[in-house]
Design a protein around this ligand. Structure first.
Ligand code: THU
Length: 132
């Protein structure tokens, strides 16, 4: 966990991406999740020889944050080296919704391209504990 200056969240996601363990897909992803006090929890994708046990960067960041006691979040930056900015997969959208709510999502690449979205627009009419 670390503190990032405003605007540096993309940099934290890009740095985390360097730690990706992606020997099978070679597709490296980084994520940086900022909590309400400005602390930042990073994650990278971690692949596995069975493929199916692969963890996405976004979920690694969320679970690191939760495991360290963070509970309220503001935004997440997600970094991949694609021209069309890489959005979170469906499974990550669900986990982000349940643990973070309608946070800001900042997509970015190493060449400075970025786009801001809201999670509710990426996961409309989400299922969550309010239905149980
Ligand atoms: N991946 C992520 O980490 N996050 C995403 O948003 C999309 C996909 C990873 C999973 C796998 O290691 C690789 O990218 C290719 O799917």
């Amino acid at each position: 966990m670390s503190k990032e200056l405003a605007g540096d969240l993309a940099g934290a996601a890009l740095s985390a991406r360097e730690n990706a363990h992606a020997p099978f897909s070679k597709f490296k992803v980084g994520a940086a999740l900022e909590d309400e006090s400005g602390d930042v929890y990073t994650g990278c994708n971690i692949e596995n020889a069975t493929f199916g046990l692969t963890l996405c960067a976004e979920r690694v960041a969320v679970f690191k944050a939760i495991s360290e006691g963070a509970r309220r979040f503001r935004r997440m930056a997600i970094a991949a080296d694609t021209e069309t900015l890489t959005p979170p997969c469906g499974a990550c959208r669900q986990i982000l919704w349940e643990f973070c709510g309608d946070i800001e999502i900042l997509l970015c690449n190493p060449r400075g391209k970025s786009e801001e979205l809201r999670l509710k627009d990426l996961l409309p009419r989400a299922f969550d504990a309010s239905f149980l």
